[in-house]
Structure formats: structure tokens, C-alpha cells
Design a protein around this ligand. Structure first.
Ligand code: NAP
Length: 317
């Protein structure tokens, strides 16, 4: 994927530009932004990271979003989650300030709604796209397969439900209020675990031959681990943590950046065409005024008395 993106970007005069807003909340976020920065640079895209201190206000974040929305040279905007505690209640409002065509994470209400209505040209959340691409690479004939998703957050579970439905799968979603969880996970052909707790799924919770997608990222004893702990890996296919869904998610950020770039460039062209049309109609208008003025002058010339006639009229008889 990335070498394909790099080849596309090499041929572009203006490079795709991603703005990342990171309000300092935890060290993990800095690591995630670092990965995005590294990959963006590798493929030749431009990335500007606004690092704001934890005590930043709603207005501080809002102003950067609005400025980036209005900047035609910015193609995509990413507000790194999670926000610090005092900004968390404003998460939805801040996300929805991002222009939907620049919403590289696909998290605005407009893009989430577009996904639900299966609109083709919207930007789709990156982790669910990453999960689906791994599923498609490792399983064929998805129609009718049973996907069980553990977790219903807006960045993973909820959008994934709709991507799986689009692929004609049968979907079960589990959350903290679900009952008989083990009975359900054991029925999954594809089990997606996005809970954020180590050992959520062990050998006793799975069916032979299942594909397990471990989305979780947890730090334990200084090591990164996922949400699953499966000892007998011969029974199932399971994605690695680190190295599985994480890198694919960053890949889909770059995929969405290119889509946002295309939309932004198209808009730029349409706007300059509109401007050209406006200035052309301006010229026509001036030409029309001049013609009227000439016509008026001509008519006045025909119907009004000549100066010598006027003089004669004024002269005393
Ligand atoms: P989140 O917002 O905290 O959501 C966790 C979800 O798990 C909630 O829906 C919660 O249910 C559900 N849950 C809690 N206990 C459960 C249980 N016993 N059984 C079933 N569901 C249960 O977390 P998130 O942002 O989705 O992230 C989840 C994990 O994925 C985290 O470790 C995060 O770091 C990781 N992540 C990784 C990537 C990547 O690129 N690899 C991207 C995003 C997130 P309720 O809704 O009822 O509370």
C-alpha cells in the first residue's frame, strides 16, 4: 500500500498536507503521532503537528481546526484522541468542526452518517478499514460469515459493524453490558477484540479455525500487549500486537489523506473555474455597458441639434 502511495505522491506538484492536533494527554498518543509522522514523511506527504499543552482550552483547539479548514493548502485534519479530561466533554463538538472532506479519521457525524447510509465517497474511520483489509486478506467468501465484535466505541466497533454488514457478514456486537459473552465469542468465524484490557480472550473463548483480530493496545511491564492471550496458536489465526492492526491503521490514515487531497484539489479547480467564469462575465458586462454608451451617444448625435444649430437658436433673431 505504502509504496503505491509513495509512487502517486512523487508525481504530484503539490504534496498532500496533513495537520495533526495533539493536545498532550498521555505518552501513548505521542507515540501514535510519531508513527504517523514517520510514515507520512516516508511516502513524501507533508505533515504539520500542532502540539498543545494539556491545559489548552476549547478555543485553542477550535481555532487551529478553523484555520486549517480555511487553508486551501491543508488537505486533511486529524485530532488525536483521547483529549485531556477537561476537553473530553467537547470531543464531539470539536470533531464536528472539522470539514467533513478533510476529516482524515472519518469521525465527524457527517462521515459516520455517510458510512451508515453506505455512501461511497465518504471518509471511513481508519481502524475499522484496517480490520476489514486484514479480514479480506485472510478469509475469502465473507458473505454469511459470523463476525463478533467486542467493543462499541466510535473509532472501532460502531463503524466496523457497518463495514461488516456491507461485506454481507452477520454481525454480533458485545459491550460491557453483554451477557453470555463466552457462548457468543465461541460462535465467531471472525472475532474482533477492541476492549482495551489484557487477557480478555483466551483459548477457552474461541472456535477452532477462527480468525482473531486483536485491536487492543495495552502496556504491561513496559511491554505492548493486545487484548488476547492465546497459547495454542495452531487452532486459530491471530493478529500480532504490536505489528498487526496498528500499522494497518496508519496505512489507512495515509489512504484517507490521499482521498482528501483528491477532493481538495478538485474543489480548488472548481473554485478557480468559477472565478474565471465570474471575471469573464465581468468583461462581458463592461463590454455591454460600453456598447450601450456608444449607442446612446449615437442616438443623441442623431436626434439632438448640432452645436451650430443650437448657436443659431440662441442668437437673437
Ligand atoms: P473504548 O472507547 O474504551 O471502548 C471499549 C469498549 O469495550 C466499550 O465499548 C466497552 O463497552 C467494551 N467493553 C468493556 N468491557 C467489555 C467486556 N467485558 N466485554 C465486551 N466489551 C467490553 O476503547 P477504544 O478506543 O475502542 O479502544 C479499544 C482498544 O483498542 C484500546 O486498547 C485501544 O488502545 C485500542 N485501539 C487500537 C487501535 C489501533 O490502531 N491498533 C486503534 C484504536 C484503538 P461499553 O461501551 O459498554 O463501555
Amino acid at each position: 500500500h505504502l509504496s503505491k502511495f509513495k509512487a502517486i505522491i512523487t508525481d504530484l506538484d503539490r504534496k498532500p498536507h496533513l495537520v495533526v492536533i495533539l493536545v498532550w494527554s498521555n505518552p501513548a498518543s505521542l507515540t501514535y503521532v510519531g508513527h504517523k509522522e514517520k510514515i507520512a514523511k516516508e511516502i513524501g506527504a507533508t505533515i504539520s503537528v500542532h502540539q498543545l499543552p494539556t491545559k489548552s482550552t476549547f478555543e485553542n483547539v477550535r481555532d487551529i481546526i478553523i484555520e486549517s479548514n480555511n487553508d486551501r493548502e491543508v488537505d486533511a485534519i486529524l485530532l488525536q484522541m483521547p483529549l485531556p479530561e477537561h476537553l473530553k466533554p467537547h470531543t464531539r463538538t470539536l470533531l464536528d468542526l472539522i470539514e467533513s472532506q478533510k476529516d482524515v479519521d472519518g469521525l465527524t457525524t457527517a462521515n459516520l452518517g455517510a458510512l451508515i447510509s453506505w455512501k461511497q465517497d465518504s471518509l471511513i474511520a481508519c481502524t475499522p478499514q484496517a480490520v476489514m483489509s486484514i479480514v479480506e486478506a485472510h478469509r475469502s467468501d465473507l458473505a454469511g460469515k459470523h463476525m463478533v465484535i467486542m467493543g462499541r466505541s466510535e473509532i472501532v466497533g460502531k463503524p466496523l459493524i457497518h463495514l461488516a454488514l456491507r461485506a454481507n457478514m452477520s454481525v454480533t456486537t458485545l459491550h460491557s453490558h453483554s451477557k453470555n459473552i463466552q457462548t457468543l465469542t465461541k460462535k465467531a468465524d471472525i472475532l474482533v477484540v477492541a476492549v482495551g484490557r489484557p487477557d480478555t480472550i483466551t483459548d477457552d473463548d474461541i472456535k477452532d479455525g477462527a480468525l482473531i483480530i486483536d485491536v487492543g493496545i495495552n502496556k504491561q511491564d513496559g511491554k505492548l500487549i493486545g487484548d488476547t492471550n492465546i497459547v495454542d496458536q495452531e487452532r486459530v489465526d491471530v493478529t500480532a500486537v504490536p505489528g498487526g492492526v496498528g500499522p494497518m491503521t496508519v496505512t489507512y490514515v495515509m489512504h484517507n489523506l490521499l482521498a482528501a487531497y483528491e477532493a481538495n484539489s478538485k474543489r480548488g479547480k472548481e473554485e478557480s473555474q468559477e472565478k474565471n467564469q465570474l471575471s469573464l462575465s465581468g468583461y462581458f458586462f463592461i463590454l455591454l455597458l460600453l456598447s450601450f454608451a456608444l449607442l446612446f451617444g449615437y442616438m443623441v448625435g442623431i436626434y439632438s441639434p448640432t452645436i451650430s444649430e443650437m448657436h443659431q437658436n440662441w442668437l437673437p433673431k
